[in-house]
Design a protein around this ligand. Sequence first.
Ligand code: UDP
Ligand code: MN
Length: 343
Amino acid sequence: MTEAYVTLITNDSYAKGALVLGQSLRNCATTKKLVVLLGYKPEPQLREALQKTFDELIEVSLMDSGDATRLALMARPELGITFTKLQCWTLTHYTKCVFMDADTLVVENIDDLFAREELSAAPDVGWPDMFNTGVFVFKPSMETYGKLMELAKSEGSFDGGDQGLLNSYFSDWSTTDISRHLPFVYNMAANLTYSYLPALLKFGTQVKVVHFLGSSKPWHFSYSSENDNVYGGSSSATDSNMFHTTKPFIRTWWKVFNHSVQPLFTQETVGETTQSTSVPSSGAPISSETGSTGPKGSFGDGVPRPATQDQWERGEVNYTGDDRFQNIQRHLDAMIYKNGNFY
Ligand code: UDP
Ligand code: MN
């Protein structure tokens, strides 16, 4: 029985995301295989980094003129990415898989997801009777794949993406079996947490998977490990409430990038990462990058905890105190430093 995490990339930006995702899964000591579906041809150096991170690189094409089903889909170019993602069902050399968007980040081991049945997923924040397709458990099967293609042909996707199509196909998800509803912490929409701040403050430290859905991705920001800060491309982006609550998660994404992805490259740049390398220390030695997060050796069993940490974990949250987001950041740091053996 072979089980795998599967992601998809069609360009260098998402490749960066996939590298962080893959390394974050490894840092959390997954025992599963890691697979990346390649919808384009990355440069050799990037391919090498992907090979170091993933067990299998599987080339997929958006359209293939030799295939009747795919030909039919060619009349619907907006389904291109949808079609590509659905090819995960063709990975029949695996018995069960978890698909994860390339813009997700794992902060705690989630191998328990493989005990779930197809199709398990978390509610979508925009329309909670639907599931979000950033993280889902599925069972590869050519039969299911064929049926999905049929549905794509006959009805298309009501939102033009994979999410619409998969929700149409697995339409009983919201009513039939509660065990197929993944808890939100397995697919937490980082950029929407500001809309329910008390919930973020109460549950933020239980998050296992962060999903950077929407148009702003972590790789659009820069990170300075000198002062442990995240910078946006425009001031309107970094001034917003949304940015404020998303910041701890973007920071964590960059820490994984700097510690676990950057060393995979001999040069300092990856695709479009010149943004990050213009920041003073993104290529600096690991020891200096972690200086701002605590004394060396203080994580792991000796995770530094604020006096209020126990209260925090009991759910007694100070909603107005200065430490609102620091506790979440501290927890995220403790998780990734422990899991990633950064010291
Ligand atoms: N994707 C890709 N290239 C693209 C767009 C999307 O490889 O140009 C893949 C990637 O795995 C991504 C997933 O499709 O995570 C879904 O897209 P995205 O995460 O941007 O959608 P959102 O979660 O923001 O709705
Ligand atoms: Mn996504």
